[in-house]
Design a protein around this ligand. Structure first.
Ligand code: FEO
Ligand code: CA
Ligand code: CA
Ligand code: CA
Length: 619
């Protein structure tokens, strides 16, 4: 969505484009049509073991199986599928080597007895029992045994946002019930799904693990800020729900992480209100994005004296147990409060949990969290690896190195600036400002490749002011992908970095794309890249696959008009992939009827990709 665009960072930290230009002058950019892939910077890097140390949600490395599919005579190419051209039609298109089906469109009941979808949505009670809107980050947690691990599981999926006109057919709520409908359409679904005998996927009838978590569900807080007065309101109501859930993460211990992004947009002020410095830094305004929740729900009214601090309860990474519905979602405050895009988890030296995170706003930052100890030993003692550790923010230096700057009251730069660690974490952006982090071009998803390289999409930034003819991204309307290699197996405080791809929506080329957003590296060194923004020739958003060793890039999927492609989940054998089409037609049935073709409005939905020959996705 475009709500991330207004910059709220007032610092003079050195703009990233200056550093980027300095770096680009030093290296050769391979001009591969319009995307320029620099694939040699880390070519000498050794294969790491971080992926293989992941736990039960790790996907199987499938290189051997791939070679078996080639008839036993050598491995087939990493990207063996026939690529497709750009497309602007009203229906999705997939490589001819692949097929797709659709599952859990917005409004699908969690069980057979739940109300079917009807439009406009008129009942919050119905919406609370149905799949939400704004399908985004997700992950698949297997529940079946043996081969059924790949045929049945809990799909945890984020519901980032839905316009009022799309959800309940009005530009603004006219009652508290309208607000409740909107709130119930947000949050996440954890829904049991299974493959049918015909190869399609369906919701498991009355799956006992299926649940919704909405803006009004009970949640817990943990970590250093959990008991802070900054998270309490004069009204004294408990913290509830999760909001604007964008990208995601998944942990080696089998839980789902859902990330709260543009929470500021759901707040407004019905009366006199002057923003605090922190509220300004997090982008709060009198009207927000126009949802109008504040009109009927005082928790979202910035001018309501009974709900001071209510907004501090959003902007966190939230851990959800997909297997135990009795467990409340937990907001992990040690990971800091900002506009969390995603949370890519890996295991670093000493078995420590490491989480890479982007803050998606123009000129905001990239963060990482490192747990204090081996994650298994913490879990054995009943402690969460996400509650105890160190938060850092990234500074990219022009010589191709970088520093992870510690965000704690132990850092002399920060010791006098915050009352305690709880305040520092609640206003993590302001701490990052003070230590001199590098303002980036809207950090979206991060992913950790097999060899330990970390990739992060920087989706675009049209407000770059330093132009350079040699660098078409300044201003940067189309974005790029940066990568780095941390010292000390992800737990060190220094790194080396390079640009992987500069995207372009205006130059020609077969594999052109703009505004990279969703990203996921598989264990075979493929990088899946999803887009959200302007594409070449005004085409629909798309998904491509890159070979991380050669830089080859192929388009595998194209979406429908006015819709982004976002969210990546796979079954353990990686022969089924789930992706999402978010906000098809921006809700306008004249642009696309996806996926019903004939319904009142298009609906956000999950697309299931399989290879026709049953091969690994991306091959
Ligand atoms: Fe929710 Fe920054 O995408
Ligand atoms: Ca989005
Ligand atoms: Ca995104
Ligand atoms: Ca985006």
């Amino acid at each position: 969505m475009s709500h991330d665009e207004q910059p709220t960072n007032p610092t003079n930290n050195r703009p990233f484009e200056e550093i980027l230009q300095a770096r680009l002058e030093r290296r050769t950019v391979l001009a591969g049509g319009l995307a320029m892939a620099a694939t040699t910077f880390f070519a000498s890097g050794t294969a790491g073991a971080t992926v293989s140390s992941m736990g039960k949600n790790e996907t199987d490395s499938a290189e051997e199986k791939d070679s078996a599919q080639g008839g036993g005579r050598g491995r087939r190419p990493l990207l063996g599928f026939e690529p497709i051209p750009l497309d602007d039609g009203a229906e999705p298109v997939v490589s001819p080597d692949y097929q797709y089906s659709v599952v859990i469109p917005w409004g699908t009941g969690l069980s057979a007895s739940d109300p079917p979808f009807s439009w406009p949505q008129t009942s919050s009670a119905a919406q609370e029992r149905q799949i939400g809107i704004g399908h985004d980050g997700m992950w698949f947690f297997p529940t079946g045994r043996g081969r059924d691990r790949n045929r049945r599981g809990v799909l945890c999926i984020n519901h980032e946002f839905g316009r009022n006109t799309h959800v309940f057919g009005k530009t603004a709520p006219e009652s508290l019930e309208d607000v409740r409908i909107s709130q119930a359409a947000h949050g996440i679904s954890a829904v049991e799904i299974q493959e049918t005998s015909t190869g399609n996927w369906e919701v498991v009838p009355d799956g006992r693990r299926s649940r919704r978590v909405t803006v009004n569900s009970p949640v817990d807080f943990s970590g250093p800020a959990a008991g802070s007065d900054l998270l309490k309101t004069p009204a004294g109501e408990p913290g509830t729900g999760t909001l604007n859930n964008c990208s995601n993460g998944y942990t080696p211990w089998g839980t789902y992480l859902t990330c709260e992004e543009n929470f500021n947009g759901y707040y407004g002020a019905t009366g006199e209100w002057t923003p605090t410095a922190a509220q300004s830094r997090y982008g709060f305004t009198t009207t927000g994005f126009g949802y109008g929740w504040e009109t009927f729900d005082p928790r979202f009214d910035l001018s309501d004296p009974d709900h001071i601090n209510a907004e501090n309860r959003y902007g966190w990474v939230v851990e959800v147990d997909p297997y135990r519905t009795s467990k409340k979602p937990v907001k992990r405050t040690a990971l800091g409060r900002f506009k969390h895009e995603g949370a890519a988890v890996t295991v670093g030296r000493g078995g420590r949990a490491v989480v890479y995170m982007g803050d998606d706003q123009r000129f905001d930052y990239i963060y990482k969290f490192v747990s204090s100890k081996n994650y298994k030993s913490l879990l054995r003692r009943g402690r969460s690896p996400l509650d105890d550790g160190t938060l850092y923010v990234a500074r990219f230096d022009e010589d191709g190195t970088g520093q992870w700057l510690e965000l704690s009251t132990d850092n002399p730069v920060l010791s006098g600036a915050f009352a305690d660690q709880a305040e520092l974490l609640t206003y993590a952006r302001m701490a990052a400002d003070l230590v001199g982090a590098t303002p980036m071009d809207r950090p979206e998803w991060t992913t950790v490749a097999r060899n330990g390289d970390v990739y992060c999409t920087l989706t675009n930034n049209t407000e770059r002011t330093v132009a350079d003819p040699a660098n078409p991204q300044a201003p940067n309307p189309d974005g790029h992908i940066i990568r780095w290699r941390d010292s000390d197996d992800h737990v060190g405080t220094t790194f080396k970095w390079d640009i992987f791809i500069l995207a372009s929506s205006t130059l020609g080329g077969e594999d052109a794309f703009g505004s990279p957003d969703g990203i996921w590296a598989d264990p075979d060194n493929r990088l899946f890249i999803q887009t959200d923004g302007a594409q070449p020739e005004g085409a629909n958003d798309q998904m491509l696959v890159a070979d991380l060793k050669t830089g080859e890039l192929r388009r595998i999927f194209t979406s429908v008009p006015s819709a982004e492609v976002t969210g990546i989940a796979v079954t353990p054998d990686r022969r089924t992939m789930f992706i999402n089409i978010q906000h098809p037609g921006n809700g306008d049935p004249n642009l696309t009827g996806f996926p019903d073709y004939g319904g009142a409005v298009p609906r956000d939905a999950t697309v299931v990709l399989t290879r026709k020959d049953g091969g690994v996705i991306g091959s």
